[in-house]
Write a protein that binds this ligand. Sequence first.
Ligand code: HEC
Ligand code: HEC
Ligand code: HEC
Length: 457
Amino acid sequence: MKKGLIVLVVLVVLGLLLPVSNLLRAAPENSLTKVKPADPAKARVFAMLGAKCADCHSGEGVLPFYAKLPVIGGQIQQDIRVARQRLDYQAELTAAPDKPAGEVLLAKTEAELLAGDMPPLPYLALHWNARLSAEDKAAALNWIRAERAQHYATAGVAAQFVNDAVQPLPEKMDLDARKVALGNKLFHDKRLSKDNTLSCASCHDLAKGGTDQVQFSTGVGQKVGGINSPTVFNSAFQFIMFWDGRAPHLEAQADGPVNNPIEMASNWGEAIPKLQQDAELTAAFNAVYPQGYSKETITEAIAMFERSLLTPSRFDAFLRGKSDALTADEQRGYTLFKAHNCACCHAGKILGGQSFELMGREADYIADRGQPTDADLGRYSVTKNEGDRHKFKVPTLRNIAITFPYLHDGATRDLKQVVQLMAKYQSGAKLSEADADSLVAFLKALTGTLDGKPLGK
Ligand code: HEC
Ligand code: HEC
Ligand code: HEC
C-alpha cells in the first residue's frame, strides 16, 4: 500500500517535473529559427518547424536531461534517428532558404498536418508548448499551397488539381532541335561501345518503355550488371541520376555507361576516332558543334535527346480538366494513390524522381528478400552515411506497365505484386484486392505516347 503510494507520488512528480522543466527551457534556437527567408509566410513556417519539430527532424535538437536515462533515452534517440532519416527540415531548407522547398517535403508535410500525427504524442506529453495551433496548421498549409502554385503547378493544370502533389507533364520542352536530332543518332550508335555491339538503346529501348525489360542488363562481353535499368523517358524531371544519385544530371550520366566495364566498356579516346570515320555524321555534328566531338559535346547532345522524351498520357489530359479521360476505376485508383501517401514519395510531374527514400520503412525489405548485394546499399554507397543505407531514388511511375521488372533488384514483373509490396513496406497499409486492382488500373493509365504514338502497343 505504502509502496504503491510512493510509486504514485514519484510518477506524478516526474509527470509534472519533466514537462515543466521543458517549459522553462529557453525557446529553442537553431538554424531553422535563425535563418529568415525573405517571404514572411515561409519565415513563419521556418520558425514553427524550428520551435516544434527540429528536436527530431534536424541535427540540432536539444536533448533533455532524461535522454540519458536507459529505456526512455533509447526511445528518444531512436525517434530522432527515424525522424531525420525520413525528413531533415534543417538539411533540406536552411542551406538556401529562399529556394523553393522540394515537392516531396511539401507533400509529406501536408499529409502529416492533415493527419494531425505530429509532433508525436509522447513528445507532446512532455513538451506542452509544442502542440501545433490551428493557426500554425493553417499558416503551413497555406504556405504549401502558395509554394506549389508558384513553383510546381504545370501551365494548364485544371484549377482543382493545382494543389496536387502530382502534376501533368508540360506540353513541350524548350530544346535545340538540331542537338536533339544528333543526340538521337548517338543514343542509337553502337560505336560508343568497345566491340560495337551495344548502344544506349540496347538497354534503354524506346519500344520497351525506355528500358530493356530484363532484371539485369547484359553489357559488352556478356557481363551482367547487378541493378535494374531505369527508363530514360521523362528523365528531364529526375532530380539526380542513377538509383544512388551518383551523377548530378543527364550530361554527367551519359559519361558513365561508355566507361563502365560491365556496360559499354569503352572510353572517349576509343569511341571518338570511330565516329570521326563517319563523314556524314561528323559533318552534321560539326555544323552544330564547331568544336567537334568531345566528351562534353557528345554527352550534351545525348542529354538533349533524352530531355525531349516526354510521354504524356490520359492521366495528363485528366489533370488538365478532361474529366472523362480516366475511367471511374482509374480515378478511384488515383484517389487511393493519394490517400495511402504514395503521392508523397511519387510526387511531381513524373510521380517520382524527387527524393531518396528508404526501401523498407515499415518492415525490412532486404532481410525479407534475402541475399543482400552491394546494389542494395543504395545512396549509402555514395555518402557512406548510415542513415542512407537502402535508400533509393524514388523511381518514376510513368509508363510503369511496360517498364517491368520492378524495383532496383528487378524482383518481380507483376505490377499488382509491387503495389502490394509498396503498401506493406512503404505505406504500412493493408490493401484489399479491390483497392490493389484500382491502384493497378490507375498506374496502367500512366502509359503514354511518344511523339504522338502510343507506347507499349
Ligand atoms: C519526438 C520527435 C518528433 C517530433 C518533435 C516531430 N516529429 Fe515528425 N516524425 C517523427 C518520427 C519518429 C517519424 C516517423 C514515424 C512516424 O511517422 O510516426 C516522423 C515522421 C514525420 C513525417 C513523415 C515523413 C515521411 O517520410 O513520411 C513528417 C512530414 C513529419 N514527421 C513532420 C513533423 C512536423 C511538421 C513536426 C513539428 C510540428 C514534427 N514532425 C515533429 C518524430 C518527430
Ligand atoms: C548494358 C546496359 C546499359 C547501357 C548500354 C546503357 N545503360 Fe543506362 N542504365 C543502365 C542501368 C543498369 C542503369 C542503372 C544503374 C544505376 O542506377 O546504378 C542505367 C541508368 C541510366 C540513366 C539514369 C536514369 C535515372 O532515372 O536515374 C540514364 C539517364 C541512362 N542510363 C542513360 C544511358 C545512356 C545515355 C547510355 C548510352 C551512353 C546508356 N544509358 C547505356 C543500363 C545501361
Ligand atoms: C516512402 C516513400 C514511398 C512511398 C510512400 C511509396 N513508394 Fe513506391 N517506391 C519508393 C521507392 C524508394 C521505390 C524503389 C524501391 C526499390 O527499387 O527497391 C518505389 C518503387 C515503386 C514501384 C516500382 C517502380 C519501378 O520502376 O520499379 C511502384 C509501382 C511503386 N513504387 C508504387 C507505389 C504505390 C502504389 C505506393 C502506395 C501504395 C507507393 N509506391 C508508396 C518509395 C515510395
